[in-house]
Design a protein around this ligand. Structure first.
Ligand SMILES: [Zn+2]
Length: 316
């Protein structure tokens, strides 16, 4: 673990947000999140070094799950394909024609398979050797093992670069964004799904909110902080939308809270089951829709664009 300054403004002046154990994977250690008093970035301090990171991402880490084509549960398959369709609907709004896509943190390849099926030319970069190989072996996907920086991709290449649940894990968001800007074509889009620490559930659940995910989440961005980051590299914020991070995410925060308060599993599991029942899902659906409209669900998706050359010329 090393002490670090704020990645956005470089200062070393912070206040405590929360600290505690790894609630998701129960791995040993105590971790701390702080907020920069100047720019508002929330970051882990001290944070794991690059060499220490892999120990916090075992091969059975849930995002490295099998692709939905190999998921044995019908309900899970439906839920996951619904999620893919929802992402695509929003992408299509900005990019109606297929083009070249890079997914950073492509995991086992689910999103890439889906986009390839829709006519996109797809490439992935994935830090987990296990997940990257899974995508190559099972789906013949073009996935490089490593980080975006180590992949050393050619400039001016992609119509779309996506990071789904990944940007909060990178050690140096400034250099990652600069690299994304370099490889995007003018007029191309950058889309990132990240936890929103300014959402209502972060306030309700406090330190048990699932979005903190110490020690894997290195930086957390409010919408304002994210927009500041985009500006520093010359990307234009197009929209922030909150269309996922609903009931399943809320239930995880409830579970973290219940476990910390020594509530026996059979008790909270009964509640979880009830919450997943169709009538309750139906009841909560409008609530999440409303929360989403105000960017108050746990996950926000940021859409940003590299201005096209003619836009730049028009500004002169
Ligand atoms: Zn700062």
């Amino acid at each position: 673990m090393i002490n670090v300054n704020c990645n956005y403004c470089g200062r070393d002046d912070f206040e405590l947000v929360n600290q505690g154990a790894d609630l998701l994977l129960d791995r040993p250690g105590e971790f701390r999140l702080v907020r920069c008093r100047h720019c508002g970035l929330i970051y882990q301090n001290p944070r794991p070094t690059l060499a220490e990171l892999p120990q916090h991402y075992p091969d059975d880490y849930q995002p490295y799950q099998r692709t939905l084509q190999k998921d044995t549960s019908v309900v899970q398959r439906l839920a996951r394909s619904h999620e893919m369709n929802r992402r695509f609907k929003h992408i299509q709004h900005y990019l109606p024609q297929p083009g070249k896509l890079l997914e950073v943190g492509s995991s086992t390849g689910q999103f890439l398979i889906d986009m390839r099926r829709r006519g996109w030319e797809v490439t992935g970069v994935e830090i987990s050797a296990y997940a990257a190989e899974y995508a190559r072996e099972n789906y013949a996907l073009d996935v490089t093992t490593g980080t975006l920086e180590s992949a050393d991709l050619p400039s001016n290449q992609f119509d779309l670069v996506t990071l789904w649940d990944v940007f909060e894990h990178v050690l140096d968001p400034t250099s990652t964004l600069a690299e994304i800007r370099r490889i995007l074509k003018p007029g191309g889009y950058f889309i990132a799904g990240v936890p929103n620490p300014a959402c209502i559930e972060a306030r309700i659940f406090g330190e048990y909110w699932v979005g903190w995910d110490r020690p894997r989440h290195i930086n957390l961005f409010t919408p304002t902080v994210f927009e500041n980051y985009l500006q520093t590299v010359g990307l234009e914020l197009t929209a922030i939308k909150s269309f996922n991070g609903r009931l399943g995410v809320t239930l995880m925060s409830i579970e973290f809270w219940a476990r910390a308060h020594q509530i026996p599993p059979e008790k909270w599991q009964r509640w979880t089951k009830l919450a997943y029942s169709p009538p309750l899902r139906l009841l909560t659906w409008p609530l999440y829709r409303i929360a989403g409209a105000f960017n108050q669900t746990s996950i926000m998706t940021v859409f940003a664009r590299l201005p096209a050359e003619q836009d730049a010329a028009a500004c002169d």
